[in-house]
Design a protein around this ligand. Structure first.
Ligand code: MN
Length: 298
């Protein structure tokens, strides 16, 4: 055993993101990973860019459904126009938050990242909804202003939940949080809740945690039981710190659906593909995206 870590029980576990295609963009998918479906209620983390992209709709995503999750959209560069089946039409720019709650079902389109600016850099995360709300109504929120906290030489912007005494106005259905942290130098020590699990996703730069250097394209997972996280940037760094109480259930995910088992996913797939009224229309110039066939039905 490594006695140096005797005081800091759960070790950091670093996994590599896998590269996935979203529209014409390649993204680093940090979550879910094999053996790691959720961190708190966070069940999906895509980091896209930074990249130059052609002006136009090339990086756009046509109308597609979601169930059982919230999408959290956070940009560092570029711009996205969100449209959904509730009638929402909302541009989002860096520093702003879009939070869409799918509940029983919603459809949205994202004209983005570089459609207007030629630059794309951001993250989209999903939060699994608990049984209490996942069959309920869909909703959409835009937050142009979010609370910022200074900790030493670092600045945190609280996207969701509570961090360092600041509380985001964004809706949350479970006990989780997400914060964007910008660090120039020095060591940042942040208090953690021992009843939560946590993860770090580096968006730019590099940060040392427990002797390991974490860079973009990785997820650093920290299990419950830690009361502090010390991070030392080796260059100017921007990252997402996510956390939450371990989720109430084992989630089952397929395509854009989050549920509890294949039977529920089958129903969502069938209803999307048959044009069921569960999934309403979106005012978008792009065509609806058909779902791939679930692997267990091929
Ligand atoms: Mn989506």
């Amino acid at each position: 055993m490594d006695n140096a870590h005797a005081q800091s029980a759960p070790l950091v576990e670093i996994t590599e993101s896998h590269v996935a295609a979203v529209g014409d963009l390649h993204v680093r998918r940090a979550l879910p990973r094999a053996g790691r479906r959720t961190v708190g209620a966070w069940c999906f983390v895509d980091h896209m860019g930074p990249a130059d992209v052609p002006l136009g709709l090339g990086s756009s995503i046509g109308p597609h459904p979601h169930v059982g999750l919230q999408t959290v959209t956070w940009l560092l560069e570029g711009e996205v126009l969100h449209r959904d089946s509730l009638g929402s039409e909302q541009p989002i720019r860096p520093g702003e938050l879009n939070l869409m709650t799918a509940g029983h079902g919603i459809v949205h389109a994202e004209e983005g990242m570089g459609a207007r600016t030629g630059r794309a850099h951001g993250a989209q995360l999903w939060v699994a909804q608990p049984d209490r709300t996942r069959h309920g109504a869909s909703a959409f929120e835009h937050h142009a202003e979010l609370p910022r906290v200074e900790i030493g030489r670092a600045v945190g912007t609280v996207l969701v939940g509570e961090f360092a005494g600041a509380v985001s106005p964004a809706r949350r259905d479970t006990d989780h949080f997400g914060v964007d942290v910008v660090m120039e130098a020095g060591t940042l020590a942040v208090p953690l809740r021992t009843d939560c699990e946590h993860a770090v996703v580096v968006l730019s730069g590099a940060v040392e945690i427990d002797g390991s250097v974490v860079t973009p394209g990785h997820l650093a997972y920290l299990g419950p039981g830690r009361d502090e996280l010390a991070m030392r940037p080796t260059e100017p760094t921007r990252l997402l710190l996510l956390g939450g109480v371990p989720f109430e259930a084992r989630v089952s995910m397929f395509w854009n659906f989050v549920a509890r088992d294949h039977a529920e996913l089958d129903v969502a797939f069938d209803e999307w593909m048959s044009g069921d009224e569960r999934f309403g229309p979106v005012a978008s110039p792009m065509p609806r995206i058909p779902s791939p066939v679930p692997p267990w039905r091929r």
